[in-house]
Design a protein around this ligand. Structure first.
Ligand SMILES: NC(=O)c1ccc[n+]([C@@H]2O[C@H](COP(=O)([O-])OP(=O)(O)OC[C@H]3O[C@@H](n4cnc5c(N)ncnc54)[C@H](O)[C@@H]3O)[C@@H](O)[C@H]2O)c1
Length: 321
């Protein structure tokens, strides 16, 4: 395949690119390397991750809101598949800056869908999020639940991403799959996410802020996410939405114990309230992805945190964050 990955210098995008290159696909990344978090981490991913790949990705530095650039990229590289991951991620900053979330996550998705349908793209996979389940308290979350109750601007933009994908699929019939990712972690992760920032704080002897001891997350290891993205890409047909989680609800104290064991040091923990916009608990029902493309996540929080901490210790001098 000739695959365009939007947001390809991001956490998930760079891992998906690595896996596709390793199996022989051609990959073009488009990313604006913006400073929502330190862009040197994005540069470091691109510089370091592909050293063992049989070929390198083409890197296009630009904005998905630039329709002309997107169309030129798809044409020039004969793109047949699009994995659309570019977005402003994270719940809390979306409350501070809702306009940029709406511009990139909603209008940006429309740019990608328009460019794809004009230039003969044959399949699209797009990132949604477990955040779309909003205020729902029934567990586990199933894809057929009513998601019209988002509790943050970020969640609303991801619901809108799904609606745009469904609409373009209806109009132009390009097989399109939206994946609701559940709290992804692992090497080269995003620095503001709990497992990354807690590791940094524990090693430095600083206090970590636990947002509620009953808060539960379906933490999903990056290799399992990559398996889900590639399974969805290879089996795209019609329009589908799938949960891509580990399917293990981990209370925050269990995640912190796993990190303490992986690091070999006790954490200093302060409990703080869950902020507005954050969901108290997430847990994915992954029956549909299992059935349609044999998705089978295998990494427990205990194993995944060990792999993350090993990476962090090796790289923290070089990733600047
Ligand atoms: N990591 C998670 O836990 C998680 C959970 C649910 C959903 N998601 C979704 O998965 C996708 C990837 O997430 P991630 O964790 O890799 O985040 P990330 O921030 O590391 O990656 C997103 C990339 O998109 C790029 N980007 C943002 N705006 C752009 C624009 N206008 N033009 C071009 N590039 C742009 C960023 O520079 C970044 O490199 C996102 O859509 C996110 O909403 C992630």
């Amino acid at each position: 395949m000739n695959v365009l990955i939007t947001g390809g210098a991001g956490f998930i995008g760079s891992h998906v690119a690595h896996a596709l290159l390793s199996r022989g696909d051609s990959v073009v990344l488009i990313d604006d390397f913006n400073d929502r978090y330190d862009p040197r981490l994005k540069e470091a991913r691109v510089a370091n991750m592909f050293s063992d790949s049989p070929k390198l990705p083409v890197v296009v530095r630009g904005d998905i809101l630039d329709q002309v650039l997107l169309e030129k990229t798809i044409q020039e590289h004969n793109i047949d598949s699009v994995i659309h991951l570019a977005a402003w991620a994270s719940v809390q900053p979306s409350i501070e800056r809702p306009r940029v979330y709406s511009d990139v996550n909603v209008t940006g998705t429309v740019s990608v869908l328009e460019a794809a349908r004009k230039h003969g793209v044959k399949r699209i996979v797009a990132a949604s999020s477990s955040s779309v389940y909003g205020g729902i308290t029934d567990m586990p979350f199933r894809e057929d639940m009513n998601i019209m109750h988002p509790i943050s601007p970020y969640a609303a933009t991801k619901g809108a991403t799904e609606l745009m994908c469904a609409t373009w699929n209806h109009l132009y019939n390009i097989p399109t799959t939206c994946l609701r990712f559940f709290t992804v972690y692992g090497p080269w992760g995003r620095p503001e996410m709990a497992i990354f920032s807690f590791t940094k704080a524990i090693l430095a002897g600083e206090t970590i802020k636990m947002r509620g001891k009953n808060t539960m997350r379906d933490f999903t290891y990056i290799d399992d996410i990559v398996q889900g993205v590639i399974g969805a890409l290879d089996n795209a047909n019609g329009y589908h939405v799938y949960n891509i989680g580990e399917s293990d609800g981990v209370p925050l104290p269990r995640m912190i114990s796993a990190l303490e064991n992986a690091i070999g040091k006790k954490a200093i923990v302060a409990e703080v309230p869950l902020p507005a916009g954050d969901i108290p608990a997430t847990l994915a029902d992954i029956t549909e992805a299992k059935k349609d493309f044999a998705y089978s996540p295998i990494t427990s929080i205990e194993d995944g945190t060990k792999q993350f901490v090993a990476w962090y210790k090796q790289w923290h001098d070089n990733i600047f964050v």
